[in-house]
Design a protein. Structure first.
Length: 271
């Protein structure tokens, strides 16, 4: 054939079919411990920050996809006996975060009614659950590694999108960003120890670590730009950009409240 040969030949054995590497259980738990602890701390601090700012600390997309992943891999799909209780525990944590998402998440979508927002949230959860079930079944991915690792890239990107959408540090903190980064860092090493021959995982986790580091830098700069310390534990809510009169609350005015405020200002000025 006149066409030049391919630069990379496909393997005789698809890496997806290769089993887990034989590794000591203590090595798995040494890596999994900081991974789980990092995410647990990130969730706890995000819940705390959301209560202060009245804005979600975990992006809506992350909550939807995570909840669906942990639900399907604990109650729907067959998994290792030790993994299913762990996934169920994370699912229960996600249910609590979902409450905050339904209470505050709509503020990131000002052009959407609260009812439409709720339909969107549950719709994405349902779609994600079907996606996880079909992909896990198709690949016979008993540990959910492929769906979990692939989605981790978009979950990390969601934090940057959230920061950019709000234009402020509302609902966010450096402690959450660092704890999430630590969790993802050790999650990557856990997967690489389990599947050392899967080069896709190396690429994906290098991407995740780069995005997490970028988010930490962007968040740090944003808090400094707001004139506050990035390491202040109980810093007050940031001012909402472009809010009338420099409104400094974590909750955006509800429908009708903005008009009421403007009318009150006009009345005071005319008086």
């Amino acid at each position: 054939m006149w066409f030049p040969p391919a630069l990379i030949d496909l393997p005789n054995i698809a890496p997806v079919t290769l089993p887990e590497a034989d590794r000591p259980s203590w090595l798995f738990w040494i890596l999994m411990g900081p991974c789980a602890s990092g995410w647990l701390v990130a969730y706890g601090l995000a819940i705390y920050r959301a209560k202060l700012d009245k804005r979600v600390g975990i992006p809506v997309f992350v909550v939807e996809v995570n909840l669906a992943w942990e639900f399907t891999l604990s109650l729907i799909l067959d998994q290792a006996d030790v993994q299913r209780p762990i996934n169920l525990s994370w699912f229960l944590v996600d249910c609590f975060i979902l409450r905050q998402t339904l209470a505050y998440g709509w503020k990131d979508y000002p052009g959407m009614s609260r009812r439409t927002f709720r339909w969107m949230v549950f719709g994405v959860i349902a779609w994600s659950a079907v996606f996880h079930i079909m992909t896990t079944y198709e690949l016979k991915d008993a540990t959910g590694i492929y769906t979990g690792t692939g989605l981790n890239v978009f979950l990390s990107l969601s934090f940057i999108f959230m920061l950019n959408r709000r234009g402020s540090s509302l609902g966010q903190s450096m402690y959450v960003a660092l704890a999430k980064g630590i969790g993802s860092f050790f999650a990557g090493w856990t997967v690489l120890v389990m599947y050392p021959g899967h080069h896709l995982f190396i690429f994906l986790f290098l991407t995740v670590w780069t995005i997490d580091a970028t988010y930490c830098v962007l968040l740090y700069r944003k808090v400094r730009e707001e004139g506050r310390s990035p390491w202040a534990w109980n810093r007050g809510p940031a001012e909402v950009p472009d809010a009338p009169g420099g409104l400094a609350t974590g909750s955006a005015p509800r429908h009708g409240e903005r008009e009421h405020e403007e009318a009150a200002v006009r009345s005071a000025a005319s008086g």
